[in-house]
Design a protein around this ligand. Structure first.
Ligand SMILES: [Zn+2]
Length: 89
C-alpha cells in the first residue's frame, strides 16, 4: 500500500544521487532515444547557462544555470538519466 508524503521523502536518495560524478551517467535523448554518457553530450555555454545537446540529433537534453547559492537543472529533453552509484558496503 503506498501513501502520499511530501518531497522530504526524496531527500536521502537525492542527496546520494547528486553527490556522485554524473559525467558517466547515461542520458536517453527525448528526441531520438539515443543513450549517451553525459560526458559525450555537446555543450554550449557558459552564459547564461550550459546547454547540452544530444550528439546524435542535437536536440537539447539538459540545461544547467548556476547562480550564487543555487542551480537550476532542466532535464526536459531527457527521457531518463541512469546514474551509476557506488556499490553498497
Ligand atoms: Zn537525440
Amino acid at each position: 500500500m503506498s501513501s502520499e508524503v511530501d518531497g522530504n521523502a526524496l531527500g536521502g536518495d537525492l542527496a546520494e544521487i547528486f553527490a556522485v560524478d554524473l559525467t558517466g551517467a547515461a542520458v536517453t535523448c527525448g528526441g531520438c532515444k539515443t543513450v549517451s554518457a553525459v560526458a559525450a553530450l555537446l555543450v554550449w555555454g557558459p552564459a547564461p547557462g550550459l546547454v547540452a545537446r544530444c550528439p546524435e540529433c542535437e536536440d537539447v537534453v539538459l540545461r544547467l544555470v548556476r547562480a550564487p547559492g543555487q542551480a537550476w537543472l532542466d532535464l526536459r529533453g531527457a527521457v531518463s538519466v541512469r546514474i551509476p552509484l557506488p556499490a553498497p558496503e
